[in-house]
Design a binder for this molecule. Structure first.
Ligand SMILES: [Mg+2]
Length: 379
């Protein structure tokens, strides 16, 4: 018998679900960063057999999602039957993608983001922010085997593309340890410059964040633009109605889209919320459980919206008591035990360790939920 890689703190709380909100990285991707084939197959299966909708929400941009999630999903033979059940939310809900009946990927911006100054480059704000870092469009791309002068160095971006910087001629930008991400459309991201093997250096990002804030303040846009400092980058994010974009905002958008567009409001919004489960592996994913809705639909809700979550990160990723997100851990209804396994490879005569987190756990959870008929269609 296979040992279970997850625990269920309270069986009584497991409901029937018609919609899953997915984080992407490390939740449905394997250790090598690729979409887990097993999870992808099961997602398509519950979409087809049980009529379950799926919303994928990530901070990654639309181009990345298309190449790393949509295209691999399209390889599955039943994809054409389920494409209408899947929606992809890039840049945390700012850019939405969908596959149409001819198999083409169509993309549009969220209505609140469409006209946002950071996206439209109002008063040249995007250009001004872009000038504070190294800009790939102003540098020549590095090709493998290229011979460099002693005055030249190669800086790599997050996708592994190198750019040649002329130390003697190039002007050093204000935020010099960063490079502009050219694929972001709603956000603006300063990626930490990487070495050829993709490594980033660890340094205090506060002075740079302060410089960016100063520029935003000078432009009088502090109420519309906010910063988020993460390990690999500084994200410059739109604020909508005074709130910073995040997974709560994105979850609200996904639920609203499902209720309004896909279900044609034939089911109460409360029922859509109750019939949705989320899945993630990081602290930020706990925000899925408290979706934010625009004031215009708040009247539709009789109770404060709250989602269940399957948490497949390690215990270290969870907030400690006293942390502002600690309260949200009560929404975890299925949790990875974190008890990994040893795999014995007889041909190699070796034993390797496999962490019981991420997609490996999700694959097992989906089997369990399917077995106990935890899925159902809204209509
Ligand atoms: Mg993740």
């Amino acid at each position: 018998m296979t040992r279970r890689l997850f625990s269920i703190p309270n069986f009584a709380r497991i409901k029937k679900y018609g919609h899953i909100i997915w984080d992407i990285d490390r939740t449905i991707t394997d250790e090598d960063g690729r979409l887990s084939q097993e999870v992808a197959a099961k997602i398509c299966n519950v979409a087809k057999e049980d009529g379950v909708f799926h919303s994928f929400i990530t901070g990654r941009d639309a181009a990345w999602i298309c190449a790393n999630v949509i295209v691999p999903l399209q390889q599955f033979y039943m994809f054409a039957d389920v494409r209408n059940k899947l929606d992809f939310y890039g840049e945390v809900g700012s850019v939405i993608q969908h596959v149409d009946e001819s198999g083409n990927v169509t993309k549009w911006f969220d209505a609140d983001i469409e006209k946002h100054p950071l996206r439209t480059n109002q008063n040249g704000i995007r250009d001004k922010l872009r000038k504070l870092v190294y800009d790939p469009d102003q540098l020549s791309p590095f090709q493998e085997g290229m011979k460099l002068e002693t005055t030249q160095e190669v800086y790599f971006d997050a996708n592994g593309q190198g750019y040649v910087v002329n130390l003697d001629r190039q002007e050093v930008p204000l935020c010099h340890p960063y490079i502009w991400s050219t694929s972001k459309e709603a956000f603006a991201t300063y990626e930490k410059i990487r070495s050829s093997d993709g490594r980033i250096s660890d340094f205090d990002q506060t002075p740079f964040a302060d410089k960016i804030r100063e520029v935003i303040r000078q432009e009088g846009m502090q109420d519309q633009i906010d910063l988020e400092v993460i390990g690999t980058a500084i994200n410059i994010v739109p604020k909508v109605n005074g709130g910073k974009l995040g997974k709560s905002w994105a979850a609200g958008k996904a639920l609203l889209n499902l209720w309004d567009k896909k279900l044609g409001r034939r089911v109460p919004l409360d029922a859509v919320v109750a019939g949705t489960i989320s899945a993630g592996d990081g602290l930020a994913d706990l925000d899925f459980t408290v979706p934010v809705f625009p004031h215009t639909v708040e009247g539709e809700l009789r109770t404060k919206p709250c989602l269940d979550i399957i948490f497949v990160g390690s215990r270290n990723d969870l907030p400690k008591p006293g942390h502002h997100s600690f309260e949200l851990t009560k929404n975890i209804i299925i949790q990875a035990t974190g008890e990994g396994t040893l795999a014995v490879h007889s041909n190699r005569q070796s034993i390797t360790w496999h962490d019981a987190i991420g997609a490996t756990v999700i694959a097992q959870v989906l089997d369990y939920m399917k077995l106990w008929t935890s899925f159902r269609s809204f209509l």
